[in-house]
Design a protein. Structure first.
Lengths: 156, 191
């Protein structure tokens, strides 16, 4: 009798997932832009100290890192603080060579702007840090940065 | 007549981009590298004469191997170090035992009395890195606060909010970051 019979099925219409790739791509691009590639595997524990007067490191490509801390695998390498350059443990004597190599890989015009970032664990004694700094002075890498985490400044 | 091209199934697109997304999530680090910026002095020249610095112009800070502070010949405290350093560098009452000032012509500020004070920081080999950074941080904070105060007074904004390079240079020249580190010495015998 009813000529216009409404299609009244109880099912909900399926939600279109066609825009799903777009959403994921958007997330992907966000992460690609905001992050940097992890270059080295850390073999030393580095928990940097906190400070309030920090400055951001600019020009990531012109920064070379020196890691100092106690080895992660302390059963094999002991608990003495060690220096890590690139992917292996090194001694203070290797710093000069490391800096020269770092300079070689940068374009000639930027070599004067090379910054050395010291990523040092907060429990490390200053002796080893002082040795590294003396070594850096000898090879003329004067721009350094003590890596720290930012703490909200005290309100007083 | 246009032939009908079969539609490519794009259903797996989401999976592919998910895979990429997870790859980037795993291989990347989010943290912004930040830290305290310093400039090391060139290696000492043995032939050069030691610079003659008056006692009143030097603010001595020593940190020993058990992380105790010794400031200007007295036991110091990390909590008061910032204010002590500020008073030393600014010398508001022009006291005789605090650093002298020299009038300098700074573009943008004109004649300005620039303090000749130097903060000399000396640490032991046994000092912990954490303590060293705390001291460096307090001393930097002292200079930064003085710069802020001057910047507010002259330009009405905080030093970090200054936009013109000339203003920044002027403030930096008026309040120099004069923190010097002594040649290392093994005082406490620790390693």
């Amino acid at each position: 009798m009813a000529r216009f019979k409404k299609e009244k099925s109880g099912e909900l219409p399926a939600i279109s997932t066609a825009s799903m790739p777009d959403i994921i791509f958007m997330l992907l691009f966000f992460f690609m832009v905001t992050t940097t590639m992890r270059e080295v595997t850390l073999k030393v524990k580095v928990k940097p100290p906190v400070a309030t007067e920090v400055q951001k490191l600019e020009k990531k490509s012109l920064v070379s890192f020196i890691y100092i801390g106690t080895p992660v695998q302390s059963k094999i390498y002991g608990t003495e603080s060690r220096i890590q350059l690139n992917d292996s443990f090194r001694t203070v004597n290797d710093i000069a060579e490391f800096i020269y190599n770092e300079r070689e890989t940068r374009p000639e015009a930027d070599r004067g702007l090379l910054t050395t970032s010291l990523k040092v664990d907060k429990d490390v004694k200053m002796g080893i840090v002082t040795d590294v700094k003396q070594e850096l002075r000898k090879v003329g890498a004067f721009k350094i940065n003590y890596s720290t985490r930012k703490k909200a400044p005290k309100t007083n | 007549m246009a032939r009908k091209v079969p539609e490519i199934n794009a259903g797996s697109m989401a999976d592919i981009s998910f895979l990429l997304l997870i790859f980037f999530l795993v291989t990347t680090t989010m943290d912004v590298d930040s830290g305290i910026v310093r400039r090391l002095p060139p290696p000492p020249d043995p032939t050069a004469p030691t610079p003659d610095v008056k006692e009143r112009n030097v603010f001595n800070v020593l940190v020993n191997k058990s992380d105790r502070l010794f400031v200007e010949g007295r036991w110091g405290d990390i909590r008061t170090l910032r204010d002590e350093a500020k008073e030393f560098l600014s010398n508001p009452q022009n006291r005789e035992d605090l650093p002298e000032k020299r009038m300098e012509n700074i573009p943008g500020l004109g004649e300005f009395p620039v303090s000749r004070g130097i903060i000399s920081l000396k640490n032991d080999r046994g000092t912990s890195y954490d303590m060293y950074i705390q001291v460096q941080n307090e001393l930097t904070a002292a200079v930064n606060e003085l710069r802020d105060e001057l910047s507010r007074q002259k330009f009405g904004v905080k030093f970090s909010d200054l936009r013109s390079q000339m203003d920044i240079d002027a403030i930096q020249a008026a309040v120099p970051m004069s923190i010097s580190e002594a040649e290392p010495e093994n005082i406490g015998g620790g390693k």
